[in-house]
Design a protein around this ligand. Structure first.
Ligand SMILES: Cc1cc2nc3c(=O)[nH]c(=O)nc-3n(C[C@H](O)[C@H](O)[C@H](O)COP(=O)(O)O)c2cc1C
Length: 325
């Protein structure tokens, strides 16, 4: 039987299938179920700084000094929070790595929180850096600097491995990943998938659309994993649209170390993690590969092959589909 184990940013994982941050990992029972269903590691649902701030602002006993105090000494504020308790409990309840995740707006919260989760026993920290510019005055290099600053400041404070989870909305994806690596990140998670908004054209109201991903969304990720993996040395964890072993294997062939699954757990149940693992194992056995190392980056080792990921126009291939261009 092929060896599915993988070293992901220094964590020794039994297989490459990680349960991504989602509501499945927001409780101890949920985390236990993920471990029982074959997750190699679990990313705990992110703690959102926004939530903490809102709780403070709108709680009954809120007054401005209390808010100021909390901001000044955030660790006091959430030192005993449920999130940290969850990390501590998860660490004793499951024997897979527990990766904490935080989404901060800025300031010292990132580093304060990083220190807290490390002390609570987290095996690694995933920085869910979700900064999207909505003002035309914002400059791309400044936005990119926000990402690298967060990574380098957090890395200065903690010893556990740090991954940066980013979106696919960058001017130069291999460029930002290389900058994140230079800032000290041990891994990059490509990519987060944001909430999508549509409009009810009769009621003139906003509505949630495509709450869960579909498998076809993975191919844009695959392209960037393939293009980026040979230009950096940090580990890549691929996420978005991974619902089956077939798609997971494509990511390994393109250079990903691990994959993270969220939507497929909602549509098929946590058992999908086991199914994906079984599919990967069957594939390796069928093709007589001994381990995942044997297939990683296979499709991007050859420069000519790698260049195929760079094709963005339909020229030539269209003929095969009976389309005249
Ligand atoms: C209901 C739901 C909740 C999520 N919560 C988080 C979160 O707290 N932190 C985070 O970094 N990503 C979160 N994600 C994003 C997933 O971890 C994942 O990166 C993204 O959905 C793409 O993977 P998928 O196609 O398998 O869903 C959430 C996704 C879903 C569907």
């Amino acid at each position: 039987m092929a060896d599915l184990s993988v070293n992901y940013m220094g964590l020794k994982l039994e297989n490459p299938v990680i349960a991504g941050a989602s509501s499945f990992s927001k409780s101890l029972d949920g985390i236990k179920r993920l471990a029982e269903n074959g997750a190699a590691a679990v990313v705990v649902k992110s703690l959102f700084e926004e939530e903490l701030r809102e709780k403070m602002i709108y709680s009954d006993d809120f007054h401005p000094e209390a808010y100021g105090y909390a901001i000044a000494d955030a660790s006091v504020m959430y030192g005993t929070s449920n999130y940290l308790k969850l990390i501590e409990q998860a660490k004793t309840a499951v024997d897979i790595p527990v990766i904490a995740s935080v989404n901060c707006l800025g300031g010292k919260w990132w580093t304060d929180f990083a220190t807290e989760v490390e002390q609570a026993g987290a095996d690694a920290l995933e920085l869910n850096i979700a900064y999207l510019p909505f003002e035309k005055s914002e400059k791309s290099p400044e936005i990119e600097r926000k990402y690298t600053k967060i990574v380098s400041e957090v890395k200065k404070e903690i010893k556990i491995p740090v991954a940066a989870k980013i979106s696919q909305y960058f001017t130069n994806i291999p460029g930002i990943v290389a900058a994140i690596e230079k800032a000290g990140a041990d891994a990059v998670v490509m990519f987060n998938r944001y909430y999508r908004l549509g409009i009810d054209i009769n009621k003139h109201e906003f509505k949630t659309v495509d709450f869960f991903s579909t498998e076809s969304e993975t191919y844009n990720v695959l392209r960037w994993v393939g293009i980026t993996s040979s230009q950096v040395s940090l580990d890549i964890s691929a996420t978005t649209g991974i619902h089956s072993a077939e798609v997971a294997i494509q990511h390994f062939l393109s250079g990903a170390k691990t994959i993270q699954v969220a939507s497929a757990m909602y549509t098929k149940g946590e058992k999908v993690l086991k199914e994906i693992n079984r599919g990967i194992e069957q594939y390796l056995d069928k093709h007589k590969y001994n381990s995942l190392d044997d297939i990683r980056s296979l499709m991007v080792k050859d420069i000519e092959n790698r260049k195929k990921f760079e094709r963005i126009q339909y020229m030539r291939v269209a003929g095969g589909y009976g389309v005249n261009i």
